[in-house]
Design a protein around this ligand. Structure first.
Ligand SMILES: Nc1ncnc2c1ncn2[C@@H]1O[C@H](COP(=O)(O)OP(=O)(O)OP(=O)(O)O)[C@@H](O)[C@H]1O
Ligand SMILES: [Mg+2]
Length: 313
């Protein structure tokens, strides 16, 4: 079976601290603390790994705390390829004080062209034609979007399928790298096409605009509205099932992982989009940074399909 390589250029530790209250001048004592190795590509990798899809997680790491990061990912993390750079992997802090949540994102390490070249080479050496390479999340300081576009182009030319979940691409760069798949959420898609998209039809038109530039599949994730998968030939809207929302963190990552898993199993565009929506919606039912689990996502998939059948009848 083909594998998925996730590339996380700017990983992070998700640190969640629960305190009773947070007041100026007062000491806040931490009642509960959780630390996880995270970053968008790593989240996609974790979901795929739990689904037993072959995955290699690649990216950069800061040498000061990379060993801790890798040990948090666990012995069953699948294959890992994180290139150490001087400095630390950043921490994204969530402080929960009663009903209030505070988010503090620390800056991470700095990378440069030389480091990016080493990572490109390491990934290109590991991939085979038909593998999927998913580049997800933000860029560390010192890395240019153009280098990422050139990398995706080279991967495409070597027979890989490339997937993108990031907010730094432009239409010019997309027509250069022509990714197989892109997963923007609504604000990301609006920024890309430079206009508000208030109706489904406007989202479809924006998706088709990106397809015309060379994007194979635009998987537009629309939060509680669901997912709209757009290709040059068709578009499929999958309404999200109604669920009790605990935390939406990672919903987009789980949706992308679901789509990739289904695609590698040979599923149709509709089946891939439905499984993506089920995995995204299952993630929002979990508190904090919890991601989708196969059995409960399967139940949501059944619900999605029942709803679809009802609409058809
Ligand atoms: N409130 C919700 N109720 C049901 N399903 C949801 C809800 N929010 C998200 N989802 C599901 O998760 C998918 C991805 O969510 P969303 O569009 O918010 O991604 P995102 O903004 O990229 O998330 P993130 O970047 O935080 O991982 C949606 O397409 C939908 O299927
Ligand atoms: Mg997202």
């Amino acid at each position: 079976m083909q594998k998925v390589v996730t590339v996380t250029l700017n990983p992070c530790f998700d640190v969640t601290l629960a305190v009773d209250s947070l007041r100026p001048e007062a000491v806040a004592r931490v009642a509960e603390e959780r630390v996880q190795a995270a970053g968008k590509g790593v989240n996609v990798g974790k979901v795929l790994r739990s689904f037993k899809t072959p995955v290699l997680m690649a990216g950069f790491g800061g040498s000061d705390n990379l060993s801790r990061y890798l040990s948090l990912l666990g012995a069953d993390a699948g294959e890992l390829c994180f290139l150490p750079l001087p400095g630390s992997i950043r921490e994204n802090l969530t402080v929960i004080a009663g009903r209030d949540t505070y988010k503090i994102n620390r800056p991470g390490f700095r990378a440069d062209r030389g480091a990016f070249g080493r990572l490109e080479k390491a990934v290109l050496e590991q991939v085979l034609p038909g593998d999927i390479v998913a580049v997800c999340g933000s860029l560390p300081m010192g890395i240019e979007p153009l280098w990422v576009a050139d990398f995706l182009k080279a991967l495409g030319e070597s027979g890989c399928k490339t997937a993108l979940d990031c907010d730094y691409m432009t239409k010019e760069l997309l027509s250069l790298c022509r990714p197989w798949l892109m997963k923007p959420n609504l604000p990301e898609l609006e920024r890309l096409v430079g206009r508000r998209l208030s109706e489904d039809e406007a989202v479809r038109a924006a998706g088709r605009e990106l397809c015309a530039l060379g994007v194979g599949v635009v998987l537009a994730s629309l939060g509680e509205k669901g997912i709209l998968a757009i290709t040059e030939a068709e578009d499929i809207l999958v309404p999200a099932p109604h669920v009790e929302v605990e935390s939406t963190v990672g919903a987009g990552d789980a949706a992308l992982a679901g789509f990739l898993e289904a695609f590698l199993s040979g599923d149709s565009l509709r089946d891939c989009a439905e499984w993506a929506a089920a995995c995204g919606s299952d993630t929002v039912t979990r508190p904090g940074t919890g991601l989708a689990a196969k059995s409960s996502a399967q139940r949501l998939l059944d619900q999605i399909r029942d709803n679809w059948r009802r609409v058809q009848d």
